[in-house]
Design a protein. Sequence first.
Lengths: 116, 117
Amino acid sequence: AQSVSQHNHHVILSEAASLELGCNYSYGGTVNLFWYVQYPGQHLQLLLKYFSGDPLVKGIKGFEAEFIKSKFSFNLRKPSVQWSDTAEYFCAVNALIYNQGGKLIFGQGTELSVKP
Amino acid sequence: KAGVTQTPRYLIKTRGQQVTLSCSPISGHRSVSWYQQTPGQGLQFLFEYFSETQRNKGNFPGRFSGRQFSNSRSEMNVSTLELGDSALYLCASRSASPGEIFFYGYTFGSGTRLTVV
């Protein structure tokens, strides 16, 4: 069965610090990869996604992620965080298996707290 | 485009009752998926519907069921509610066409917060 593992449960950073959130998945085939963010009291929003091509993908709000196929990883990065980045971040995988198109497997989430 | 709309936003039910949640996808999106979000289990896939047919189902008991109508709107039903069913239930829609998936991915609604007492 596919699974997604996020390395950190809770990360606390000061403003302007750099961010890297780890995500590893277990599935040997072709995947679509996503990072979603959930701000307090709000719905899940798509930060960025990877389907194919350049393994370094850029998303909204200055976030980027790198897909390393050999490591089954899709880590999220931001060079300088802001207080407004305080939220919960979810990594998700969609395994391209016949008839499994809409199923997203989520990691447990990483809560990011940015201190002003 | 209007977003994914879920109703109601909040529900309080008693153990043993049943509940129906509603989801209206983005116009033109034919696929609707449902997820359960809890602090302990995180986000878990319930099922996906496409063109009124269930395409995929997660590991939930038969008390959890759903359906999709011809206008792509979907409903989720939970019968014989248990305390452990208290959760945020999220609906996500996508167009299910390769081109639009590349640009938009999956769009989530704000969810229905179900509390079972």
